[in-house]
Write a protein that binds this ligand. Structure first.
Ligand SMILES: [Zn+2]
Ligand SMILES: [Zn+2]
Length: 183
């Protein structure tokens, strides 16, 4: 996913990429683990412009994914969307050699600038990180998902059950057993 500086100007140039999951090693790993399956291709739209020694990139990714609901465990499909801004700054190669004292790079990173040296910028790693960060830690199939009954395990979205304490929170059960002395 490479942008050549010669294609850029002070105005926003747009780039569209259709990527396979195997283009992103980390996403491929997440997919293989079954945590989040990506449908292909991934639709990636970028807008980039050059401002002196800096290149600003605005990105938008929409990907259809299949995940398992954290509450009812059912697999569901949803569209993962993320938008982000990446800012790159040109650095002479010697300043970002790993053997250097790292001051320049550290300072740049501190304010969110990503150094680059060549006449092109490869956005793959940074775009991949943005997609990984957009994957929900605890995906739910819908806001109103009732989850599973903690006692009999039925999917409460599909059926009701006759278990007592249907709220199922043991902390509430303890509170209900407390006698409050009104004086
Ligand atoms: Zn659910
Ligand atoms: Zn039940």
């Amino acid at each position: 996913m490479i942008i050549h500086l010669e294609e850029l100007s002070g105005k926003i140039q747009t780039f569209t990429f259709e990527k396979r999951i195997r283009d992103f090693p980390v996403l491929e790993k997440i997919s293989a683990a079954g945590d989040c399956l990506f449908a292909e291709p991934l639709d990636i739209r970028l807008g980039a412009k050059q401002m002196g020694e800096m290149v600003a990139v605005e990105g938008r990714v929409a990907a259809t994914v299949r995940m398992n609901c954290n509450r009812c465990l059912i697999e569901f499909e949803s569209v993962l969307r993320t938008g982000f801004t990446l800012t790159y700054i040109r650095r002479p190669p010697e300043e970002i050699e790993p053997a250097g004292d790292g001051d320049v790079e550290l300072q740049a990173e501190k304010i969110g600038l990503i150094p680059f040296t060549a006449e092109q910028i490869d956005l793959l790693q940074d775009v991949q990180s943005e997609i990984v960060m957009a994957i929900p830690m605890r995906p739910i199939c819908c806001e109103t998902c009732k989850g599973l009954c903690p006692q009999c395990g039925v999917n409460l979205n599909e059926t009701a059950c006759n278990c007592e304490n249907r709220t199922g929170d043991p902390r509430l059960a303890i509170l209900k057993g407390l006698k409050i002395d009104h004086k």
